[in-house]
Design a protein around this ligand. Structure first.
Ligand code: PLP
Length: 387
């Protein structure tokens, strides 16, 4: 029989994709399904971006590009980072990759090995824990609590650091909780890291354009004292409704930029050229489509949070960023998985069990509100009837 590498059995997955497949199978069988499970904008990619991708194909951009991405795109990323976060970044430090995920895979594989420890958000994006386990490193959960708006406590994180700690992963605005970490907590973490110069930091800022109620995004790039060990991940998937194009980037410090390009060359050579030109048009073109999407997300967020808080046994924080609500469902008497299955099977509403995001997600269910207001309201009515 086949003899797989032992590491393969440690690789996890992202259950949102399994729920999507189940919901699609139920829909194919005639069920009326409302999908609040998968985390992707329900909007189409803005037309001028699509056109730029088509034009790039017509213009003959069919070959390999540099492994780190075409220079105009990396320059446009730097201009965007300057505009949004007020920071100077050298295009040589930008590495364009196929989506947000490759950066986390490369960053974790760069530091993870048996004996190493990596601190990661829990509940958090499930790929962090999966890849840490795959690498052989020890996954050390950073606990994110509802009473803190699902932000980390810098004191708690700093107390988890020991000589084996190699990397800390943070994510704000966060999946699955919608939590946003306040600047004061980040200040404290950065200050505390001065005593631990061997610890690298990966800041997943893929939702940096999606904050509500006047909140401002805090980019870790704004802290010069950690720039030499910071990997800042962002991309096009969420901001420009481009999940299927597969385009993302990270800003890497000088000491890692060669290594990550070597990983890119070993893995995928480069992102397909036409997609890079589409991404260039996204950054250099008008941003009204982005503002529009965020404004619509905000209306839906307020509605879903209000309707969740109205359900018996359910309470929900205000979900300060991203496009997820993460209600506490312990008052329903259901476990997270029971609630997820009941919502899908008894009333055709797809959500994702909090436990899909780590053990500390028990007691919660994630709803993505990247769906129409009508569908969100109908979904909440159906759940109310079932509860
Ligand atoms: N980081 C977080 C926190 C996410 O929620 C996601 C997608 O859901 C990603 C990264 C990955 O995005 P991409 O589709 O660009 O790989």
């Amino acid at each position: 029989s086949l003899k797989f590498a032992a590491s393969l059995s440690r690789l996890g997955t992202e259950s949102a994709f399994e729920i999507l497949a189940r919901a699609q199978a139920l829909a194919a069988g005639g069920a009326d399904i409302i999908n609040l499970g998968i985390g992707q904008p329900d909007f189409k990619t803005p037309e001028h971006i699509v056109e730029a991708g088509i034009q790039a194909l017509r213009d003959g951009h069919h070959g390999y590009t540099p492994a780190n991405g075409i220079l105009p795109l990396r320059e446009a990323v730097c201009a965007d980072l300057h505009r949004r976060h007020g920071v100077e970044v050298n295009p040589d430090n930008v590495v364009v990759v196929p989506g947000g995920k490759p950066t986390m895979f490369f960053a974790i594989m760069m530091f993870g090995e048996p004996g190493a420890e990596i601190i990661y958000p829990n509940p958090g994006f499930p790929i962090y824990e999966s890849v840490i386990n795959y690498s052989g490193a020890t996954a050390v959960p950073m606990s994110l609590k509802e009473e803190n708006g699902f932000a980390f406590s810098a004191d708690e994180v700093l107390a988890q650091i020991n000589p084996n700690t190699r990397l800390i992963i943070i994510n704000s605005p966060a999946n699955p909780t919608g939590g946003v970490t306040p600047r004061a907590e980040i200040d404290k973490l950065v200050a505390g890291l001065q005593a631990h110069p061997q610890v690298a930091l990966m800041s997943d800022e893929i939702y940096s354009n999606m904050l509500y109620d006047g909140r401002e995004h805090v980019s870790l790039l704004q802290y010069p004292e950690i720039r030499d060990r910071l990997i800042m991940l962002d991309g096009w998937s969420k901001t420009y409704a481009m999940t299927g194009w597969r385009l993302g980037y990270a800003v890497w410090p000088d000491a890692m930029v060669e290594q990550v390009q070597r990983l890119c060359i070993n893995d995928h050579s480069c992102v397909n050229a036409a997609t890079q030109y589409a991404g260039l048009a996204a950054l250099n073109g008008p941003q009204d489509a982005v503002r529009d999407m965020v404004a619509q997300f905000d209306v839906r967020r307020q509605r879903i949070v209000a309707m969740l808080n109205d359900l018996p046994g359910v309470s929900c924080t205000d979900a300060a960023g991203a496009f997820y609500a993460f209600p506490n469902i312990t008052g329903t008497g259901l476990t997270s998985t029971e609630a997820q299955n009941k919502f899908l099977e008894a009333c055709g509403v797809a959500s994702v069990s909090g436990t899909a995001f780590g053990a500390s997600g028990e007691g919660y269910v994630r709803f993505s509100y990247a769906n129409s207001l009508d569908n969100i309201e109908e979904a909440m009515r159906r759940i109310r009837a079932v509860l």
